[in-house]
Design a protein around this ligand. Structure first.
Ligand SMILES: Cc1ncc(COP(=O)(O)O)c(C=O)c1O
Length: 361
């Protein structure tokens, strides 16, 4: 038997250099379990969006907890997930062009891939991928529900596009998809369901998503599947919209105070290259993140490598060389900016995980 006391001590994340993105495994697992339990309680298929973590390790935790499949935004994210052994994916983005069709065809040979579309050019791309691979591909018609991004605008347009999907011998019209999930979803789906029935079209899946509304997804009558991304880590936006608490936040940016030029401010070694330039709805006044140790400090200005903390509202001030932890405003783009994250359990380093799906288009 080996003598544990003879082993070298395990690394603490406080010993790792900053800026550092640290991910708390216990909190991740708790957040995954909470979403799964909610979806199970309300008979919703859980299809988490991997854009938040971009890590196969966490994707497989989500699947093991009971997720029906995963959601990706890009073919590159899908390729990384399929390479790690994921076999059920929804791609929520209009794919256009022959190269994309070829990449989708390769994925369709390895996994059950569904794609959301809102136009005929994207439909042609998915149809071409099905023809190239000889595999059936499920298609969801994306509809607009408040974000004014992708999505057909009316239930009639959704029906017409689904009819076009049905004409293709290898495409299966499965239903509808939208993001985010506002109250508008219910009326849209009810009207679409009547139109689909009239046209003899199946409506097996209605996929909605977004962390801000996740705990009320069951109120969206007609929705069958939910795609939450941010909830795996939560962020300052979650604290604002009430979807998560400070205790649920699983990702922190560790920084060091590197300059203390005057009484009102200090400078940290993390700027927009880690914290991103994303603001809260409250705007610049609320700054670029929440400093856990000094919550009254405002992360006022960011350059690429510098963050300026405005200390005017603080009773105590951080000292030069002090290490701080920051909850980012919006966590998804933070994952996209770092090569690796430090996975830890109570501060003990478990692994430096490469963020393999970062930057993958
Ligand atoms: C299509 C789609 N579905 C789901 C999500 C997940 O949203 P959230 O991170 O708020 O959970 C996103 C986020 O951008 C998205 O674009």
């Amino acid at each position: 038997m080996s003598d544990a006391s003879a082993l070298p001590p395990l690394t603490r994340i406080e010993a790792l250099d900053t800026p550092l993105v640290a991910v708390d495994l216990a909190r991740v697992e708790r957040n995954i379990a909470a979403l799964q339990a909610y979806c199970d309680a309300h008979a919703l298929d859980n299809r988490p969006h991997i854009k938040t973590h971009k890590l196969p390790f966490i994707a497989h935790l989500q699947l093991r907890a009971g997720a029906r499949g995963l959601t990706v935004q890009t073919l590159g994210e899908a390729e990384v997930m399929v390479a790690s052994g994921v076999r059920d994916l929804l791609l929520t983005y209009d794919l256009v062009g022959e190269t994309k069709a070829q990449r989708l065809a390769r994925l369709a040979l390895l996994a059950d891939v569904r794609v959301a579309i809102d136009n005929e050019l994207a439909l042609d791309t998915v149809g071409r991928a099905a023809a190239l691979s000889g595999r059936r591909i499920g298609v969801l018609v994306e509809f607009e529900s408040g974000k004014r991004r992708q999505g057909v605008l009316t239930p009639e347009a959704a029906r017409d596009l689904a009819l076009r999907v049905q004409e293709h011998p290898l495409l299966d019209p499965l239903g509808l998809m939208t993001y985010p999930s506002s109250a508008e979803v219910v009326a849209f789906v009810a009207r679409a369901r009547a139109l689909f029935e009239e046209a003899g079209l199946p409506l097996h899946v209605v996929s909605a998503g977004g962390t801000p509304g996740m705990w009320r997804a069951h109120e969206l009558t007609g929705v069958t599947e939910y795609r939450a991304g941010t909830s795996v880590y939560h962020d300052r936006k979650s604290l604002e919209d009430g979807s998560g608490t400070l205790d649920d936040v699983a990702l922190h940016v560790h920084v060091t105070v590197v300059s203390s030029p005057d009484a009102d401010r200090v400078v940290i070694d993390a700027g927009s290259k880690v914290l991103t330039s994303d603001l809260l709805p409250a705007g610049r006044e609320a700054g670029y993140g929440l400093v856990l140790e000094y919550p009254e400090a405002v992360v006022r200005e960011l350059s690429e490598e510098h963050g300026v903390l405005d200390l005017r509202a603080c009773r105590a001030r951080p000292s030069l060389g002090e290490r701080l932890r920051i909850v980012p405003n919006h966590v998804c783009p933070v994952s996209n900016l770092v090569d690796e994250v430090a996975l830890h359990e109570g501060g003990t380093l478990l692994a430096m995980l490469p963020v393999v799906a970062r930057g993958k288009r």
